[in-house]
Design a binder for this molecule. Sequence first.
Ligand SMILES: NC(=O)c1ccc[n+]([C@@H]2O[C@H](COP(=O)([O-])OP(=O)(O)OC[C@H]3O[C@@H](n4cnc5c(N)ncnc54)[C@H](OP(=O)(O)O)[C@@H]3O)[C@@H](O)[C@H]2O)c1
Length: 317
Amino acid sequence: MKAVVVHQAGDSSVLKVTQIAKPQVKSGWSLVKIMGFGINRSEIFTRQGLSPSVTFPRILGIECVGVIEETTDEQRLSVGQKIISIMGEMGRDFDGSYAEYVLLPNEQIYPVSTTLDWKTLATIPETYYTAFGAYQNLKITSHDRILVRGGASGVGTAFVKLVKAKFSDVKVYASVRNTAKKAQLLDAGYDDLVSDDNGVLKTDVTFTKILELVGPATIKDSLGHLQEDGMICSCGQLGRKWYLEEFDPIMELKNNVYLTTFYSGNVSQKKIQKMLTYIEQEQVDVRPERVFDLETIQKAHDYLESDVAFGKVIVLN
Ligand SMILES: NC(=O)c1ccc[n+]([C@@H]2O[C@H](COP(=O)([O-])OP(=O)(O)OC[C@H]3O[C@@H](n4cnc5c(N)ncnc54)[C@H](OP(=O)(O)O)[C@@H]3O)[C@@H](O)[C@H]2O)c1
């Protein structure tokens, strides 16, 4: 089979398309024929050698959509069954999805029932799963006014599409560090932009719900823009700060507001199916920004690392 093998850390040129043997099925694992997958920033970090637990050679890729080719779990999985897989140690502890086939532990293979085409399905896994989890935890209603802090991110743009598909009248604002991507952000569904000046929102507007993707670096500032009884879901760390310091819950949340999160490692077949059903029923505008194939995967990484990157980048086999 064709696979992209990384032998040592480096720039995108270390992503080598190679012919290798198809993995052999072993007890507790099944073989998946990969139809497509999204490229994630975490794979760029791993490729650069910034994931200390990952050793090379390794096939990267933390998610995929495809069909069962061979299985050791005939009760739950059948040959030809459509599946999604995300998270676990795929592409980290064991070889991942940058290939034509991947061998996966049965417990992280989620059968799905959907009529979505492969291009749409490949755009969904990790990014939409996170956005949908946040959407649910924020208990969005038609009465909300929402801010997405870190609005230009993949999770942010997926979130606004999920909201707008059901609640087209709800106003959703994107916080941005610069307005260079304004046209793309409005096209994604945002109503307006709010300028984020070094962690300070430049607006007097207040919100009922905030999706905090910049994370601990800006939560306190975001809380200052949350209305009484409002809710904030902090599930990103774009601000590159992982922990809250000097956070007095009583004083910071004194306005009767609620702080929640969503963790995409908290994954189940039921939740994945619920998301897919929502996307189909509400006709969510899921589309990739760029589509590549295995042969052009270096270009896919280069694009995602560039200043013009926007939205979801996928590979189709
Ligand atoms: N909770 C979970 O389980 C989970 C799952 C998936 C992802 N995440 C997290 O969610 C966040 C978003 O992930 P993603 O993959 O969607 O990111 P992404 O698409 O890589 O987002 C990158 C974009 O975010 C914007 N950005 C970066 N730093 C910013 C800042 N300080 N303030 C405002 N905007 C900023 C940048 O746009 P501009 O350059 O145009 O400003 C950049 O293009 C990440 O922190 C990721 O780790 C969490």
